[in-house]
Write a protein that binds this ligand. Sequence first.
Ligand SMILES: Nc1ncnc2c1ncn2[C@@H]1O[C@H](COP(=O)(O)OP(=O)(O)OP(=O)(O)O)[C@@H](O)[C@H]1O
Length: 526
Amino acid sequence: MSHPVTPRRSTRSSAGSASDPASPTSPSKSRPKSTPRRQLIPAAAKEEEGEDERSTINALLEALPGRRAQASDLLRLLAPAPALPLLLYGGAATGKTRALLLALRHILPRPRLVAYAALRSLPSPRSLFASLLSQLSPPSSSSASCRKRVPDKPSDFVAALRDALATHCAQGESVYLVFDNLEVVRSWDKGGQLLALILRLHDLLRLPQVVLVYVSSATPDAYYSMTGSVEPNHIYFPDYTVDEVRDILMRGHPNPKLYTSFLSVVLKPLFRVTRRVDELGAALEPLFRRYCEPLGDMNAVPDESTKRRLFEHIQPHLAVALNETFSVPMRASVDQCKDGNSGVKASTKRQFSGRDSLSTELEFHMSVSAKYLLLSAFLASRNPATLDAALFDSTGGSDNHKRKRKSSQASINMKDTMVEEMLMKGPGTFPLERLLAIFQCITSVSKDDLSDVECPDSMMNGSGMTGLMSDILLQLSTLCNSNFLSKSRSCPLEGSARYRSNIDEDLALKVARSVSFPLSKYIYRR
Ligand SMILES: Nc1ncnc2c1ncn2[C@@H]1O[C@H](COP(=O)(O)OP(=O)(O)OP(=O)(O)O)[C@@H](O)[C@H]1O
């Protein structure tokens, strides 16, 4: 797993700790050691300061399981102002917003002001300007007069923003300007220009007490290569591991023993469907209620035989849940942050707003079987049919390396030419039988994978995959209706319909990742 890389700046007032590479994981080590001669009084003061810092860090870490390094980095890089801009980046629901909002509560010095723009809930540049300016305007000014002054042009916005910020800075206040889900700006009309301007705010405003914080799913390179502005510090939020997710879900549970035994049965299979904490939380809640049905007392600590009974009870419900669409309630974190734009109803973070988000949305709007079907269709369209036997061995697994070694140079050349031709022609069509054969092969591999779920012996029976073959034709027609696949007219020779996959490799890989399927092993490459 890649580790967060946070560039350190010697220009920062916090440069001492920021330059210590050990600091993200071991905050206590990062404080410079005081020299023995000066130790007497300053050491006592430092110790007190250290105590405060430790308790702040502990409080934050407790609220942020799995985000130790990021929490320490945040505390270090957010305060004290003046600071460079900060970019938090990583996949969906990796805790960026939560970590930032919690860290902002803990940092010093005060007084300080946080103006937060939840870009997913703002429909246009003008609503962004209005939101930020109203959060920065003095409480006394009436909303009507504020609305009148909302600028249309980005340059006017920068001028208005500077005026509003200067008032706070003159009063000795630090101001944190947060742009959450920055990638949304790109999808707006003239979004590219506005994005460049937002990223250059540090240079344009030149107000040392103002800290700019960007939160995004895109990497720093995606932004800063195009603006030429000062590069921010950045903190990476990797996807959670299953153990981290377990820690998050366990946090503060009233009956940890019961919940641990529940999670030991359901978490791993669900984790293969989605790694998002919010989706897992939503899927687990009704399942846990089911799990507890046979128990009279919710505070009971289950013994081994009870665990077995509970497992038998939950097993069929788990199989159904694995095939279901996840729906996640609106995000609390965004709800909690008033963006000051009363006219705009904060929407869920589930809006479709461009291609990228479409592919992320797939993670929870498709059932597992639909995802496998889509992957099968992608492989059928992408790979030549003659290579199916070589790519899928009799056990359903990919065995192409072995086969390739056995192939003669001439046959390799022939296959290469064939693949090249296929790629030139674009995705190929395939009959239903081929799709189902590939589907059966790749799902049989996943069944094997599911056998490592922690559960009493042989009770899993292939886990949630039991219902996988059901309703395949229905799923197929849904995929066609949604344009992920297209169905051509019947082939005059075969007399049956043929299908074609309409998705590209990037999207297929994302879908594969969401079910932990090793797709690239099955894509024929030269
Ligand atoms: N470490 C954690 N502890 C507790 N809850 C968490 C943690 N990480 C994420 N969550 C929960 O998961 C959900 C998504 O988290 P958050 O909004 O912080 O993610 P994000 O990285 O900002 O997502 P996005 O990129 O989609 O905006 C929230 O409900 C949040 O409370």
